[in-house]
Design a protein around this ligand. Structure first.
Ligand SMILES: [Zn+2]
Length: 228
């Protein structure tokens, strides 16, 4: 009995220290929405209006989105750094939310929230898991960009060098996304994500085709792993 208690205690300590270590290696991600200055300027430039109701709904639901990220996002990031052995360079990242008619991006980190609001989608917002997946996608751009700056080119990048630059920039990225969802046992959601992503445009469809069908995704991840 005593021995079992000790084993349990040591196991718990190990688990806690392991989790603390994982938190050290991934950034804390914060979110906020401000109409002024970015969205106001963006709406003027694009000449596409941002409606008051959207702004109100987003402000009222900021915590819902933060919680959705908090429940899954850090786990996705942790599975990623565990797999590659490379911690994130950033300890904290701020994601600016936008309602302007522009794509989400990683540099600067900007998340377009239109798809996730009732008022901006005719009451058909996408599920929160897709919001988390979008943030994860943009964070993976930052992560892969930093790793590639360090390691330079790789055999698989050479092999696919004739692809469009946007496809090349998504190859290791979608491999990491696939890894993280599989590690968390979320294969059914992964299937939906690949399907939805592929509808977004030929860049995403081609990236998933290469990583999912033409190659073994694990080979892309092997290229990112920290070599001892
Ligand atoms: Zn992307």
């Amino acid at each position: 009995m005593f021995k079992n208690t000790i084993i349990l205690y040591v196991g718990l300590l190990f688990l806690i220290s392991y989790q603390l270590k994982a938190q050290d290696n991934i950034p804390k991600v914060t979110f906020n929405y401000n109409f002024i200055p970015f969205d106001r300027t963006c709406a003027r430039i694009t000449n596409v209006e941002i409606e008051e109701t959207w702004i109100k709904e987003l402000h009222e639901n900021l915590d819902k989105f933060r919680q959705a990220w908090g429940a899954l996002g850090p786990q996705l990031l942790a599975k990623t750094v565990q797999k590659t052995g490379r911690p994130f360079k950033q300890k904290e990242l701020h994601a600016a939310m936008s309602l302007c008619d522009i794509n989400s991006m990683s540099h600067p980190l900007l998340i377009n929230m239109r798809r996730f609001l009732y008022t901006s989608t005719d009451n058909k917002p996408e599920f929160l898991d897709f919001f988390v997946a979008l943030v994860f996608h943009e964070l993976m751009h930052i992560y892969v960009y930093d790793i590639r700056s360090e390691i330079g080119t790789t055999p698989l990048l050479e092999k696919y060098q004739r692809e469009k630059i946007s496809v090349i920039n998504h190859l290791h990225l979608v491999a990491l996304i696939k890894n993280a969802y599989i590690q968390l046992g979320m294969e059914p959601f992964l299937e939906k994500l690949i399907e939805e992503d592929s509808k977004l445009g030929p860049i995403y469809a081609r990236s998933w085709e290469i990583v999912n069908e033409l190659e073994d995704y694990r080979h892309f991840i092997d290229e990112l792993k920290l070599k001892n």
